[in-house]
Design a protein around this ligand. Structure first.
Ligand code: NAP
Ligand code: ZN
Length: 342
């Protein structure tokens, strides 16, 4: 079978590899669609730890083609989405329920072979069934949606909340939708590209802002701003210093800031601890997707999240290497790899 392998830092190629054999607790899944994520670019450039050679792709959806000898509760032919993050279940973090902070976390598509291939092996416990009638391309959004769901859960958004989302990539655009579903009545998205602001408005943002045009803090929190005094919840989804700096200043006193965006390890941002203390801000990190993959899959299956508008392009395995090697083009949101042919 064909697989898109990270051969070493900076080296990505499509190669012919053996079709894997399922172990006793595995599913052999024929990949129908697998999303390209910013993490794939970080892996290529050595900015995220991995162990090449490894097949990338952690946002996959596909059909169960064979099951291990100890698997009895899923049928061949089922469509599944995979939660790529495999916790050890035994370390101090796992034993207190913080599985996303597992010391021995291993991820499909990062540490072991992933979904940019004709087939992927998925441990049964990491697989969640989807309706047979669901478009598999939508199924590939369960993983990023699960990460957003964890962040929105942590944020405490509830009916009537005011929210600002910083960064209009796929994560920000999913968070906008989840914030509305959670009951927020004001959802502002700040992002520089007009095409993404328009998209956000179609997806439920009540207002959008171009942060390169004026001072966002004044625009939102000023006396004649959209939410004078600041918003209940800020969700940072850009992973850049500028938005992290804006985040605490946009929150109201007693408000919550959730950091979802990934800034490069070792980079720092200046903050004013007095402001966090004096205005009792809650500043939280949200890392991956503990215990939310089932809910994310149900949300995708329900149709409550608009996904099709987030899909910019579908590519083959051969084309995917070039996509990952370059930064996303202007206006592009999500690119899906279709191993069977785009
Ligand atoms: P992405 O496509 O790169 O989106 C980030 C967006 O931020 C860009 O589209 C850009 O849009 C916007 N942006 C950049 N600079 C900005 C600024 N100064 N002000 C406002 N917006 C700005 O990435 P993504 O896939 O949506 O992911 C977003 C972040 O979440 C990444 O850092 C990713 O690594 C992280 N992530 C975290 C988790 C987790 O578990 N916490 C899971 C998945 C992804 P414009 O050009 O329109 O400004
Ligand atoms: Zn563990």
């Amino acid at each position: 079978m064909k697989a898109l392998r990270l051969e070493g830092i900076g080296r990505l190629s499509v190669v012919e590899v053996e079709k894997p054999l399922p172990g006793p607790q595995d599913l052999l899944v024929r990949v129908e669609a697998c999303g390209i994520c910013g993490t794939d670019r970080h892996l290529l450039h050595g900015e995220f730890p991995s162990k090449p050679p490894v097949t990338l792709g952690h946002e996959f959806c596909g059909i169960v083609e064979a099951i291990g000898s100890e698997v009895s509760d899923i049928a061949i032919g089922a469509r599944i989405t995979g939660d790529p993050n495999i916790a050890c279940g035994a370390c101090p973090q796992c034993s207190t329920g913080r599985v996303n902070l597992c010391r021995n976390l291993r991820a499909i598509g990062i540490h072991r072979d992933g979904g940019f291939a004709d087939y992927v092996l998925v441990p049964r416990k990491q697989a969640f069934e989807l309706p047979r009638a669901l478009d598999p391309v939508r199924g590939a959004f369960c993983e990023p949606l699960a990460c957003c769901l964890h962040g929105v859960d942590m944020s405490g958004i509830r009916a009537g909340s005011s929210v600002i989302v910083l960064g209009g990539g796929v994560i920000g655009l999913l968070v906008v939708q989840l914030a509305r579903l959670a009951g927020a009545t004001t959802v502002i998205l700040s992002t520089r590209q007009a095409v993404k602001r328009r998209l956000a408005e179609e997806l439920g943002a009540t207002a959008t802002f171009d942060p390169s045009s004026a001072d966002i803090v004044e625009f939102v929190t000023g006396d004649s701003g959209l939410v004078p005094g600041g918003v209940d919840v800020v969700i940072e989804c850009a992973g850049v210093a500028e938005t992290v700096r804006q985040a605490t200043r946009l929150a109201k006193a007693g408000g919550t800031v959730v950091i979802l965006g990934v800034m490069p390890q070792g980079e720092t941002v200046e903050i004013e601890p007095f402001d966090i203390l004096f205005r009792e801000l809650r500043v939280l990190g949200s890392f991956i997707n503990p215990f939310v993959h089932r809910r994310a899959a149900d949300l995708v299956a329900s149709g409550a999240i608009e996904i099709d508008k987030l899909i910019s392009r579908r590519v083959t395995l051969d084309e995917a290497a070039g996509v990952i090697a370059h930064p996303p083009a202007a206006g592009e949101v999500k690119i899906l790899v279709i191993p069977g042919g785009a």
